[in-house]
Write a protein that binds this ligand. Structure first.
Ligand code: SF4
Length: 151
């Protein structure tokens, strides 16, 4: 089961995934990679999860918290784990400090950075999409390769 983010905006608005029943939330945000093998329907559901994140009122807060806490599973703030790791590298490279002992203050600092630099989120997402397309192409190529077995 997905571990939902306890993200709450200062005006009390919750992340949108919190109002979705947990079984549906698992389908929308539960796995890291849409290629993780429950077929086209699973892919489409997680694409919908990403779209919901992109409109969610606490998106950057959610993304910042998942980066600080190093959330290992699922989609948070519209990004899967590898993209979040890349985004964290981008943040670290420009001097953003990640202090796991001070989650609240660090999350605020990372959120401000994300608010100011939406292009960094887009960059991490685009590079993840490129990696995914390459994985699909490799799988398709492998599936298309003729068998060499002689039995
Ligand atoms: S950004 Fe996505 S995962 Fe985060 S609180 Fe909003 S809907 Fe949930």
């Amino acid at each position: 089961m997905r571990v939902a983010q306890d993200v709450l905006r200062s005006d009390g608005e919750l992340g949108w995934c919190r109002v979705v029943p947990s079984r549906l939330a698992d389908l929308l945000w539960g796995l890291d990679d849409p290629a993780d093998d429950d077929g086209r329907a699973g892919y489409e559901l997680r694409r919908a999860g990403v779209r919901i994140c992109e409109m969610c009122p606490v998106r950057n807060q959610c993304l910042a918290l998942s980066m600080v806490k190093e959330a290992q599973g699922g989609i948070h703030g519209g990004l899967p784990l590898k993209a979040r790791r890349q985004l964290k590298k981008q943040a670290t490279a420009v001097g953003i400090g990640f202090d796991a002992r001070n989650v609240a203050m660090t999350t605020i600092a990372v959120k401000h950075w994300l608010d100011d630099r939406p292009e960094e989120i887009a960059k991490a997402r685009d590079e993840e999409n490129t990696r995914r397309r390459e994985r699909y192409a490799r799988r398709a190529h492998g599936a298309a390769r003729p068998s060499t077995r002689s039995d």
